[in-house]
Write a protein that binds this ligand. Structure first.
Ligand code: 9MR
Length: 449
């Protein structure tokens, strides 16, 4: 009896031990594959993990050791800003920015450029300018700095913090804004011309959830995409306290759906829920393929601009905090990788002789969306009007520019608008559209009308 009862009671114990042992070995197996640094963990899904760096700290060995071990993207905290790079009009100083860039590139990291135009940290001479003089100075600044760093910057914050806080959803008043509402697009065009390889971002704070300010920016990005203003990414700074907004992921997703990358650019989180919140932010980014990376605004709590709030991943002495582990685990848990955008060009010849035309498409596709640009080329006679037929079996057009359309999916006929119907013999014009789903295999056919 005694034995039996003992053996009965032993069964669950043995099986529990066996389960624990099995669980531990599974855990061990998972951990054996898990990356042990933030940068390596992010890289598993094609993302990056970055930090803001201050040039003045590059002599601090603890700081540099963590920087080199953990991060694979770097943002200059202040050294590439207008006051730092052009202290006198037309006189550029890049020494501190270059120090940060060279340290990063020398250690295999990439660099986010921050920030070409901002209403703060302007040099005194620019603060005193206005109107066309300021416009010219600002665009020259964009051109000069982007040219200096040409080919070395992964993404530029071309314009920083240009939208107003509060419920208006409109622009912030500033000397730059007073030069005309188009100053932002002018800056993006100047940046693209100077460094075509850099991704061009708009960056702002208090835009982490869906609110009036982030919606104002959303509308601007949608407008830019529809008119072909070069914009590639939106930065959500994410200076947070205790929690990410509940619609954080939805907000990231809605920007991604416009066809831009989203980057978490200045993350720091204060408060007792810090570790959970860092985990939630990281998981939200990991869940959206076009959320391509996360940057914390400093390395150790003592490096933070938020003095006394301890909002970063490392203690003042360089120890990893629970928030660090929460981020690392979320990065290791994976998620859909950032979309590799594929570009394909298909040309369809359709009656290219006198009175005819050809159409070709340049297609950018990612998981769940696409942007198509279609070029209409006249044959050996001028066109006075044109039509292009496409079939979209697996996609839906959400937005189009420079053409009228007969519908949003299936067989769609596109036709010229009043300003691009006349195309000289051999000349060409372009229109485009974006949508959800896929446009793979799109073969446009052109006819004169
Ligand atoms: O961290 C930066 C701090 O050292 C500067 O004094 C400050 C000047 O305004 O800028 C801080 O960085 C800001 C960033 O450039 C833009 N978003 C807000 C950041 C924190 O203020």
């Amino acid at each position: 009896m005694k034995l039996t009862s003992r053996s009965v009671s032993l069964v669950p114990i043995v099986s529990t031990v066996a389960t624990v042992a099995l669980g531990a070995s599974l855990l061990l197996a998972a951990n054996a594959n898990a990356a042990t640094t933030l940068g390596a963990a992010a890289a598993q899904s094609g993302r990056y993990f970055g930090t803001a760096v201050a040039a003045g700290k590059l002599g601090d060995q603890t700081y540099v050791n963590i920087l080199n071990a953990e991060f694979n993207m770097v943002t200059a905290e202040n050294e590439m800003k207008w006051d730092a790079t052009e202290p006198n009009r037309g006189q550029f100083t890049y020494s501190n920015g270059d120090r940060i860039l060279n340290q990063a590139i020398g250690n295999g990291k990439r660099v986010r450029g921050h920030a070409l135009l901002w209403h703060q940290q302007q040099p005194g001479w620019a603060q005193g300018l206005g109107g066309s003089d300021l416009r010219q100075a600002a665009l020259n600044h964009v051109t000069q700095v982007a040219t200096h760093y040409k080919g070395k910057i992964y993404a530029w914050d071309v314009v920083n913090e240009a939208f107003a806080d509060g419920g208006s959803g409109g622009r912030r008043d500033s000397n730059l804004q007073r030069t005309g509402n188009d100053w932002i697009e002018a800056a993006f065009r100047a940046a693209r011309a100077a460094d075509p390889a850099a991704k061009l971002c708009y960056n702002d704070y208090n835009t982490d959830g869906i609110n009036a300010k982030s919606t104002g920016i959303y509308n601007m990005v949608r407008d830019f995409k529809s008119r072909g203003v070069p914009i590639d990414c939106v930065g959500l700074q994410s200076h947070l306290s205790n929690n990410a907004p509940s619609d954080y992921q939805a907000n990231i997703q809605r920007f991604a759906d416009l066809g831009v990358d989203v980057q978490i650019t200045e993350l720091d989180i204060s408060g007792s829920n810090q570790a959970n919140a860092y985990g939630a932010v990281t998981r939200a980014c990991m869940a959206v393929p076009r959320c391509t990376g996360i940057t914390t605004w400093g390395i150790r709590d003592t490096d933070s601009w938020r003095t006394g709030e301890n909002p970063l991943l490392f203690t003042g002495s360089g120890a990893k905090k629970p928030a660090y582990t929460a981020v690392l685990d979320a990065l290791n848990a994976g998620g859909p990788g950032p979309t590799t955008t594929t570009t394909t060009t298909t040309t369809t010849t359709n009656n290219p002789g006198p009175g005819g035309c050809t159409a070709s498409v340049s297609l950018n596709e990612w998981n769940g969306g696409f942007v198509a640009n279609i070029k209409v080329t006249a044959g050996s006679s001028a066109l006075t009007g044109w039509r292009v037929a496409t079939t979209l079996s697996n996609g839906t057009v959400t937005n189009a520019w420079s053409a009228g359309r007969s519908g949003n999916s299936g067989a769609i006929t596109w036709s010229n608008v009043d300003y691009n119907g006349s195309v000289p013999a051999g000349g060409s014009t372009e229109f485009g559209f974006q949508g959800t789903g896929s446009a793979s295999g799109l073969t446009p056919t052109c006819s004169a009308s």
